[in-house]
Ligand binder design. Structure first.
Ligand code: IVH
Length: 675
């Protein structure tokens, strides 16, 4: 390379380095100080990686204040400084199975081994500290600081009850030891703390990690003592005399001398087992009493660790596996108005597909126009989305900093996007409705609900098919399903004669369903599965219910004026009566056995954990109660059955420990007599 070329390169590198540093400082502040990040962790890591790479290529451009030159926060002026005997490093983040496998490959190559054992631990989201014991006595406790120098916060750490002031060991090798661990606040303690702060008008902490960090920085250790901080130790810094050969040894030694270690760590033979551990905890983490943000994977053998060594920032023998973000950032491509079966028009954001909590998301509900205005959500905005408990993800906030000026505000259409009919907003309601019962979108929604699993359970009747039926005029309401002909169906897109035949058989079979199902399926407002069950039992048939008076309805257990009113108005509508006549004509008229209830589960106690696919939690509970069972919220010796859905919490573990019978959703369905 010629000299002028080299000079130009350096000039360009310097400019890029400076702009990267500025950007990184800004994002650090957004994250750590303001707790309001505007880019994802991954995007941040990419910026840091680019800076580190440039600095490695042009070492002369490294400055001591570069973000690459420090590990964590700077030591503060209020506390004396501690120089760490062994630097407190940080960990390289990984986000995927491939990256974990690549780590294993690097480790094996460096050690020239075919197989390496690891220990996987939970990565608690708190504050890293070092505890120095001399002659078995706690003499110093400090924060990580910049990795080399931290704050001496001994008085504060001494208030934490799970930190022993004196070790319980006769083993003289372990009396002089520097232990590393994470100080954290449980979610419950965090909530309680913020509750108190709210009452006293003090600013709230954004999350348990910030609350723990803030607590350790208090100058008055008497206040720290009130904060319910806890510690989990996971390693040793300086320990010249200790004869430990593996990390498993380290953890058991720490426990022996009286320190708390995590209870969930596992020794893993190779990356396959490591990844299984990561998957398990990505699912179970919600059941822990504290926040974790990933898994730490460490080479088990301590000699191997010494061989692998460290870079200036992180050890080569460990990595952090970060869980998929619960919150992700993406762009709103469009906002569309969607008409549901009840005519309510819901604005829905169409998103640039993005991965959240392990699945790809391309739509998010925006609830209603007031919500859009309140959050100032516009088409083209970059937004943070979150997959909460519901199936449909929601938009948390707009990243205003990423606006370009081209974003378009959304306004609700004046006409129904489906039938072009008038939209109305009733006094005092936020919802906008299309009041045309014949609106194709509503018809579509009603048919889909009618066919759904807890309703008539017509398999094979999905959205694409219902669209064709409605658009082609083959179904104007759900009673038309029972008049469909083989020739009509087999002519439809992606429908052969065979699947058409199957569908007709499914439709025919649905006639045998219970009256409860039918009552839920016809979609009377406010009448869910639970109310449908009560009404079916009390009134026996559609005719019986249609002729019930308001007084009779309200006399039923659990039926109040709202549901009663909604039933009366449903049967008062000539359109609805015509649809029901159509059903009766087609032979759909189940009659409920109104004999006194059978209570086959009387005397049995149930607990439900995790998410059931086919039942809302309340419905599942009600079904059990209807059969005479007791349903409680926590597992004890008195529990007979634990019903386990997806992502079960700690109840599963407890049930196993107590030998409670565990049943999955399929068994549950059989037990309550659903097909
Ligand atoms: S090992 C050099 N183990 O994660 C090894 N760290 O980004 C450093 N952390 O500073 C730490 N749980 O604050 C380790 N089981 C665990 C951990 C853990 C949480 C934190 C710790 C550390 C940061 C690394």
């Amino acid at each position: 390379m010629t000299r002028p070329d080299r000079k130009r390169d350096i000039r360009q590198a310097r400019a890029r380095i400076e702009s990267l540093r500025e950007e990184i400082r800004y994002h650090n502040k957004r994250y750590y100080v303001l707790n309001d990040p505007v880019i994802s962790d991954r995007e941040f890591d990419r910026l840091m990686a680019e800076l580190a790479e440039l600095e490695a290529r042009y070492p002369a451009l490294i400055t001591p204040d570069s973000p690459t030159q420090r590990v964590g926060g700077e030591p503060s002026k209020e506390f004396p400084t501690v120089v760490h005997a062994v630097p407190m490093l940080s960990l390289t983040n990984t986000y995927s199975g491939e990256e974990v496998e690549a780590f294993d490959a690097r480790v094996r190559r460096a050690l020239d081994l075919d197989r390496v054992a690891y220990v996987a631990e939970l990565k608690i989201d708190g504050v890293a500290v070092s505890l120095r014991y001399e002659g078995g006595v706690l003499v110093q406790g400090s924060t990580r600081g910049d990795g080399t120098r931290g704050d001496d916060i001994t008085p504060n750490l001494r208030t934490i009850k799970s930190i022993p002031l004196r070790l319980s060991t006769a083993d003289s090798d372990l009396l002089d030891i520097e232990v590393r661990g994470e100080v954290y606040l449980s979610r419950a303690a965090f909530k309680e703390l913020n509750e108190v702060r709210r009452k006293e008008g003090e600013p709230l902490f954004a999350n348990p990690r910030n609350a723990a960090a803030g607590s350790l920085k208090l100058l008055d250790s008497r206040l720290v003592a009130q904060r319910q901080l806890e510690i989990c130790t996971y390693g040793v810094g300086e320990a010249s005399a200790a004869r430990l050969t593996t990390h498993v040894d380290v953890l058991s030694a720490l426990k022996d001398i009286g320190l708390r270690v995590g209870e969930h760590w596992e020794r893993c033979d190779g990356p396959g087992e490591v990844l299984r551990y990561c998957e398990v905890w990505a699912e179970r983490k919600g059941g822990l009493p504290y926040d974790i943000d990933g898994v730490v994977v460490k080479v088990d053998d301590l000699d191997s660790r010494r061989l692998l060594g460290s870079t200036t920032k992180s050890p080569r023998w460990a990595i952090a596996y970060k869980f998929p973000a619960e919150e992700a950032m993406t762009t709103i491509i469009d906002i569309v108005a969607q008409v549901g079966r009840t005519g309510i028009v819901t604005p829905v954001a169409v998103l640039e597909p993005v991965e959240v909590s392990g699945s790809t998301v391309s739509r998010a509900t925006l609830h209603n126009i007031d919500e859009i205005k309140r959050k100032d959500i516009r088409v083209g905005d970059v937004v943070a989305i979150e997959k909460g408990g519901e199936v449909i993800p929601k938009v948390n906030r707009v990243i205003v900093e990423r606006r370009t000026g081209k974003e378009q505000p959304f306004s609700m259409p004046g006409k129904c996007p489906s039938c072009k009919g008038r939209l109305v907003r009733h006094e005092g309601e936020v919802a906008v409705r299309c009041e045309n019962v014949a609106c194709p979108a509503q018809v579509r929604g009603r048919i889909l609900h009618f066919a759904s699993r807890n309703a008539m359970d017509i398999e094979g009747l999905g959205p694409a098919l219902v669209d064709q039926l409605v658009e082609g005029g083959l179904a104007k309401d759900f009673s038309d399903l029972y008049r469909l002909k083989l020739e009509e169906l087999s002519g439809l897109e992606r429908m052969g004669e065979k699947s058409a035949g199957n569908l007709l058989r499914e439709i025919e079979r649905s006639k045998e369903g219970s009256f409860t199902r039918l009552l839920f399926a016809i979609g009377i407002r406010q009448v869910g599965l639970h109310a449908a069950g009560i009404l079916a039992e009390r009134f026996g048939s559609l005719d019986g219910l249609a002729s019930a008076t308001r007084g009779e309805l309200e006399a039923s257990e659990g039926i109040g004026p709202t549901i009663a009113g909604s039933i009366i108005s449903f049967f008062g509508s000539p359109e609805n009566r015509a649809v029901l006549a159509g059903l009766r004509e087609a032979g759909v008229n189940p009659v409920q056995d109104t004999a006194p209830r059978r209570r086959p589960l009387a005397g049995k106690t149930f607990v439900i954990t995790g998410t059931l696919e086919g039942y809302a939690r309340d419905d599942a509970r009600q079904r059990l109660v209807d059969l005479g069972a007791r349903v409680t919220s926590s597992v004890s010796e008195k529990t007979d059955f634990l019903v386990v859905g997806a992502n079960p919490g700690s109840k599963l573990k407890k049930a196993r420990a107590l030998g409670v019978q565990i049943i999955d959703e399929a068994e549950f369905r059989r037990l309550i007599g659903d097909r």
